[in-house]
Write a protein that binds this ligand. Sequence first.
Ligand code: SF4
Length: 468
Amino acid sequence: MAENSSSPTQIPDSPKVGMVSLGCPKALVDSERILTRLRSDGYQMSADYAGADVVLVNTCGFLDSAKEESLAAIGEAMAENGRVIVTGCMGNEAEAIRARFPDVLAITGAHQYEDVVGAVHIAAPPTRGPFVDLIPADRDTGEVKLTPRHYSYLKISEGCNHSCAFCIIPQLRGKLASRRVDAVLREAEKLVAAGTRELLVISQDTSAYGVDIRHETREWKGREVRAHMTDLARELGALRSPDGTQPWVRLHYVYPYPHVDDVIPLMAQGLITPYLDIPFQHAAPNVLRAMKRPANEARVLERIKAWRDICPDLVIRSSFVVGFPGETEADFQYLLDWLDEAQLDRVGAFKFEPVDGASANDLPNPVPEAVKEERFARIMAKTAAISAAKLAAKVGRVIPVIIDEVGEEDEDGDIGATARSQADAPEIDGQVLLRNVPADLAPGMIVMARIEDADEHDLFGVIESDLT
Ligand code: SF4
């Protein structure tokens, strides 16, 4: 039997963040936004100073009395914990804060939530690893970027009820704990009111949302809404920004349980983005069994076909593990053939690596590293070819795109922009690179683009007309 030389990857506990939030409702929205992002990055919240690895104080600096209250809160956090980051309105008076508390770790101003999240990352680095991260790393740099204002991650639950053999999330984060549906919707509404044009719904198992709280109903806008993926998707699709724009709503980490069929018509109706991120991980039945994957059933190919009949523009992203212990050449070939049938639009692949504490580490028949490498190269070549053909079929179409970044004018007076289509989740999928864009184009705008060219991952085009 071949030996697997790699030793298990150790994943430390997630850091804990304490938060003291002072001031007006706007400051509270900022606090919620910061905490949302930190929760999405895998941080846990601490209810007391003692349990926190770092304490955030979101200050108010509107009146002298509010400043005094803010300084007192910073003083208390310094005395009780000592690792303090200050943000909010009083952050604009950094010198006054430093004069009283020279040891605060960082000071950022109001609404600079990217900066404060960055400071937390430095003070207490997040737990990282392909099997614990929900927020994807940048596909080029491998680094985790902070979310710009026009898209936001919306975490709907924590933990997981499954016990996939390669994963230690249930040990790290516990059993599935779903958030109240009205709390999720309120957070989404605030994000959209504050400029979010794209909501990225994340959890460890989005299709299981609400199972632990028996899909309890809560009142939202005079309606009874269940804590259930379908109800949540429908309500998120009804949100509008102040200028009437319908935000894109993208579902990540969906397992193909039967009720997933119910969200496809919502996509066909244009309520939510026709995109499903389903981490299939493999296709060969005995590998899936060894992996102990949820929703592991044989009819997935038929269901994908039925979904595409209902919603032809549906894009499916997935990830796969190659070289799982016991994976034979026949299993791997089964996966490649399955991919030929499934024609998934976007695929990421990982070579299996043992994670400290995962039950897969004890499985027999580890796959040698050289074989893993070879299979990885084959799956990447296969999926790149499928992606290239799918993207080539978009040339000539006019599709909505969301602007991520607008470049500088070049020597010919041309301005380029980086955008994404509905088929592209930020940071993991492709881009739509636009030429000759108008100077007043801004990140977050959703415009129609005519696609002129394509390669394996990206599209190229020009703006056809403004939507918003
Ligand atoms: S479904 Fe499996 S891989 Fe995903 S978090 Fe749960 S145990 Fe881990």
